[in-house]
Design a protein around this ligand. Structure first.
Ligand SMILES: NC(=O)c1ccc[n+]([C@@H]2O[C@H](COP(=O)([O-])OP(=O)(O)OC[C@H]3O[C@@H](n4cnc5c(N)ncnc54)[C@H](O)[C@@H]3O)[C@@H](O)[C@H]2O)c1
Length: 433
């Protein structure tokens, strides 16, 4: 099939690459000329495991093209995906201006029937607004599908190639059939395609993200109580996760959730609720626990170095909001580091992929290094924000040697407390005495 993907970010690039990998002809369109020029030269704008290989392979075969010319994409595709950003507006609502701009531009260029499918996360009712805008610009027939994306950064290629389910929000049977055909290469293991109306599809995405965030916040709240009572949250996590009614995913306590989706999508859901007179109590509590969790982590470090903040240098491992991505949007690391900088501490940080993005997000206020152990040189403590694989089994003896007062603040519970203590390092983690 011929496909156009508008918006070449974390989602659009994965969608475009994976659809090309399945044999479709894909045109990826973005207004960011620098990004498109770089992609044409083979330079990836993001880090996502396995994606660079797919992009370069399909570009070489001529199945994947990058352009800033939306008209070219509309003319040369049967299905047009919208994958532009929908960031938080000041009032917490989702800013869907990019979606509506693209809808208008597509309308102006629509000369033949097309299916227009939205991958971006958009509030319920966006399907109607986008449809109305396109109709106001063209008399050409089209169908609109809400097709929310559930991929996770860090495992995005795997998630797209082998999704748990695909949600197709349209009531039109012929459009359902075409969408099913497009996705069939990815559904060979009997994964489900769920058909529903567009409003329910839009709602499903917000409900899913709020549920995932709820599980994290729930465990974080339990972890706070564990600390007070001398219980170990890691035993509790395994204890409840092995209950098949509960399951073990998204139950890891830590320094709080972040990223470009969960925080903004909860804000948008709360806003949608308030617009319709339905208080989203759960979302608000989830948000509040998440903020508290980050504050508690910062407070623990501040209390430890109380009165010596100006003289304290912290080595930091991990800046991205989770492992296997360079995305630092709403990363707990960025939030906590800015608080620690504000109280006078200095930061020497290492991240395998996110150092430059984090440094930019923190206005260059941190020093970044190329190797985790270099960050420890002259530092008073090691603080861990991200669960990168390479942090999981470090040389504790070397850490103890390099740190001035060997102490680790672990925001991800990566280590066995006994092992760390045996190396002569003081150890603070989450929800464990
Ligand atoms: N990042 C994720 O893990 C993830 C997962 C599922 C869903 N989503 C949703 O997918 C959407 C995209 O997220 P993202 O993380 O890929 O965003 P992103 O910020 O990485 O990428 C958005 C891209 O859209 C481009 N763009 C903006 N306006 C445009 C226009 N008028 N025409 C063409 N291109 C335009 C930008 O230049 C940018 O390259 C959001 O709604 C997000 O909530 C994201």
């Amino acid at each position: 099939m011929k496909v156009c993907v508008v918006g070449v970010g974390y989602v659009g690039l994965v969608v475009g690459g994976c659809l090309a990998e399945a044999g479709n002809d894909v045109v990826c369109v973005d207004t960011d000329g620098e990004k498109i020029a770089a992609l044409k030269k083979g330079v990836m704008p993001i880090y996502e495991p396995g994606l660079a290989e797919i992009i370069s392979h399909n570009e070489k075969l001529g199945r994947l093209q990058f352009t800033t010319d939306l008209k070219y994409g509309v003319d040369n595709s049967h299905i047009i995906f919208l994958a532009v950003g929908t960031p938080s507006a000041r009032d917490g609502s989702a800013d869907i201006s990019a979606i509506l701009t693209v809808a208008a531009d597509i309308g102006e260029n629509l000369k033949e029937y097309r299916i227009i499918a939205t991958k971006s996360t958009v509030p319920v009712g966006t399907y109607k607004k986008a449809t109305d805008i396109i109709k106001s610009k063209t008399a050409t027939a089209f169908d609109y599908v809400s097709n929310p994306e559930f991929l996770k950064e860090g495992a995005a290629v795997e998630d797209f190639m082998r999704p748990d389910r695909i949600i197709i929000g349209t009531t039109n049977p012929s459009v359902r059939k075409i969408m099913k055909q497009l996705y069939s290469p990815f559904m060979r293991k009997g994964n489900r395609i769920l058909f529903m109306d567009a409003a329910s599809a839009e709602m499903t995405k917000y409900a899913a993200n709020t549920m995932l965030a709820t599980r994290i916040s729930f465990m974080n709240e339990i972890s706070a109580l564990c600390e007070e009572l001398g219980a170990d949250v890691e035993f509790v996590r395994r204890g409840i996760g092995s209950d098949s009614r509960i399951g073990s995913s998204f139950l890891f306590p830590g320094v709080g959730f972040g990223g470009s989706c969960l925080p903004k999508d909860i804000r948008a859901l709360i806003h949608t609720g308030s617009e319709h007179g339905v208080e989203m109590t759960m979302g608000k509590v989830v948000q509040q626990i998440n903020e508290r969790q980050q504050e508690r982590f910062v407070k623990r470090i501040r209390d430890f170095f109380g009165g010596r903040e100006e003289k304290t240098i912290l080595a930091v491992w991990g800046l991205s909001f989770k492992a296997r991505t360079n995305d630092v949007r709403e990363s707990p690391a960025i939030y906590c580091i800015s608080k620690l900088l504000d109280c006078g501490m200095k930061i020497k940080a290492y991240d395998p992929e996110a150092a430059s993005a984090a440094s930019a997000a923190l206005d260059g206020r941190i020093e970044t290094v190329e190797n985790g152990y270099d960050a420890l040189e002259g530092a008073d403590a090691l603080v861990i924000f991200t669960d990168w694989q390479e942090f999981r089994n470090p040389n504790f003896r070397l850490i103890a040697e390099k740190l001035r007062s060997p102490v680790i603040f672990d925001g991800r519970n990566l280590y066995d407390p006994d092992v760390v203590k045996k190396a002569g390092i003081e150890y603070y983690s989450v929800g464990r005495k």
